[in-house]
Design a binder for this molecule. Structure first.
Ligand code: ZN
Ligand code: ZN
Length: 589
């Protein structure tokens, strides 16, 4: 190859590097995917300064011979090095060999690889050969990237802080580890182990290794099949929530994907089980015919397009709803000894101040021995054996009111323990389910208003209201036009709270207008039910008699979801007898 041609190629690689490699995590991603292709069962990622100084990936895969090791860094050359039988998987990998060439062109690379008994060591700087020699004969590949973007200062300045680069790598390896429970991953930074999974091929165990006991012991298994999809995985109980959707991990054919419709379906299924703005931990694998998945999208992005997406989102929605409905979700009052905070790794202090460390530094160990400390949680039993307490039991429960505290909380008891209820949240739940059921009445019960409510609207609000008014009419509202841009409501369904009719009607119309832009009947009815049930429920600082409390408790235990108000706030908390005894040291342990 002529010198000019070589220079051209180097330049092309540098340009490509800008496209493929944006951050340390993209280097990690490219290299780790290579390791997966090479059929590694253990992959170790060692970072120095979050990857800014150095990134090393050590695997126990099939390795390369000398010829392939040299070829690996040439553009357009490497996709044939590793061939996976799974065509879908290959397709998703996209930039493959080009990525390696690109990364090499903007850093210093040392790779040691061995396939049989002769190891090869390749040393490149800025994409140019420094040295090729023989090396140790450990089967597998280790590759070290130093000083990323040292020769492209324009790109260098786009790298973020150590914390931010590190967090990206953590987030990537977490997801990958959950997508491949069969592979043992270790991620460390400056010698400190941050993630360590055992490659047990047990998803629940991997969830435990990533998220800890508080999460893994609060997961519900989900399983479903349809003609086109097979779904399995775990979803967290509403007592385990995060502040963002980063822990919605959805895999299609074991590959991490992102799809807004899928995320929305999952979130909708938790409607009223949780606060708006809080999200469960979800790890779901969706198996499907690869031809239904469109992977012809930029490979560094995880967004996918899918045929039959609606069938899939409906299946997910129904499955999650059913699992939440079937399981007993009343939270225990005793605080779990696990850090429920979102991603404990965000905080720089936790990282760099060893006394504050989340995970204790662990001594380096032999490469292949990834051992996991035993915990109280038993993963040897398959998920089928996890005892699930059914919601049905709660429905038959008898709770006896004992007292009201601060005019706001109800103390109740039964033979199992003590319960504390938020009276407004509990009553709101009862009313919400009552109203939602009444929406389905074929012939609504109606009362006429003594004084009709007339509401003047702006032209555009009037139009958007008029377009969708049938939804309200079906519920039993009588609505007429009355002069310019004015409506008049003459009758309403009986479930509106007495004395609050006009106020409620005005709010309902406001909700309808607010949602007019992309009107969805379901969403409208739900917001309306939430608003009306809040309004008609007993407030805080309202005295209740013992028999009023008794009624409320009776109604609550009959609810489909007695555990939350319709906005997702807890309505009932339980102290088991054991927890009470523990609290007062009647029992030790
Ligand atoms: Zn409320
Ligand atoms: Zn509420």
């Amino acid at each position: 190859m002529s010198k000019i041609k070589v220079m051209d190629e180097l330049l092309a690689n540098k340009i490509a590097a800008g496209e493929v490699v944006e951050k340390c995590a993209s280097v990690v991603k490219e290299l780790v995917e290579n390791s997966i292709d090479a059929k590694s069962t253990t992959i170790k990622v060692e970072l120095i300064d979050g990857g800014l100084t150095q990134i090393s990936i050590i695997d126990n895969g099939i390795g390369m011979d000398k010829q392939d090791a040299i070829l690996a860094f040439q553009r357009h050359a490497t996709s044939k090095i590793y061939k996976d039988d799974d065509l879908f998987f290959i397709e998703t990998l996209g930039f493959r060999g080009e990525a390696l060439a690109s990364i090499a062109s903007v850093s210093e690379v040392i790779m040691e690889t061995c396939m049989n008994d002769i190891g090869t060591r390749v040393h490149l700087k800025g994409g140019e050969k420094v040295d090729i020699s023989s090396s140790s004969a450990r089967i597998g590949t280790s590759i070290t990237i130093s000083n990323l973007f040292y020769n492209t200062p324009a790109r260098l300045k786009y790298l973020k802080s150590e914390t931010s680069e590190l967090n990206n790598c953590i987030s990537y390896i977490e997801k990958l580890a959950l997508s491949r429970p069969d592979i043992a991953f270790v991620l460390s930074n400056n010698g400190r182990v941050i993630i360590k999974t055992s490659g047990s091929n047990n998803l629940l165990k991997t969830i435990h290794e990533i998220y800890g006991l508080n999460v893994s012991s609060n997961m519900l298994e989900i399983k479903a099949t349809s003609d086109d999809f097979l779904i399995n995985g775990y979803i967290s109980k509403p007592s385990v929530l995060r502040k963002n959707r980063n822990h919605f991990i959805t895999l299609v054919n074991h590959r991490v994907i992102r799809n807004n419709e899928i995320n929305r379906a999952i979130n909708d299924a938790y409607n009223t089980y949780k606060h708006e703005g809080f999200y469960p931990v979800i790890v779901i694998n969706i198996e499907t015919d690869p031809t239904l998945v469109d992977v012809n999208i930029h490979p560094t992005k995880q967004d996918i397009k899918m045929s039959k997406l609606e069938d899939l989102t409906e299946l997910l929605y129904q499955t999650i709803k059913k699992v939440l409905y079937e399981n007993l979700l009343v939270p225990s009052a005793i605080y779990e000894e696990d850090n429920p905070d979102d991603t404990p790794f965000i905080d720089e202090r936790e990282f760099f101040n060893p006394s504050n460390a989340v995970a204790k530094p662990q001594p380096e160990e032999e490469f292949k021995e990834v051992t996991i400390t035993q915990t109280a949680f038993d993963f040897s039993s398959q998920a089928d054996d996890i005892p699930v307490i059914k919601n049905e039991e709660f429905k038959g429960l008898k709770l006896y009111p004992v007292a009201q505290v601060h005019g706001t909380y109800i103390i109740a008891e039964n033979e199992d323990g003590m319960f504390i209820l938020d009276q407004h949240a509990a009553h709101e739940r009862v009313n919400y389910e009552m109203i939602t059921k009444r929406f389905k009445e074929e012939i609504p019960q109606i009362t006429d208003l003594l004084v009709p409510v007339s509401i003047e609207l702006s032209k555009s609000d009037f139009n958007s209201f008029w377009e969708n008014k049938k939804v309200m009419e079906d519920l039993g509202f009588t609505i007429e036009e009355f002069g310019i841009n004015t409506i008049i409501v003459k009758a309403h369904p009986t479930w509106l709270k007495k004395g609050f009719e006009e106020e409620s009607i005005r709010t309902i119309i406001d909700i309808m207008i607010e949602n007019a832009r992309s009107f969805s009947k379901e969403k409208f009815l739900d917001s309306m039910a939430k608003m009306v049930s809040c309004k008609m429920s007993v407030k805080a600082n309202e005295r209740l008699s013992l028999s009023q409390m008794e009624h409320l408790l009776e109604d609550l235990v009959k609810c489909d979801n007695p555990y939350n108000c319709c906005h997702g706030r807890p309505s009932i908390v339980k102290y088991t007898n054991y927890e009470l005894e523990k609290m007062f040291k009647r029992v030790i342990n």
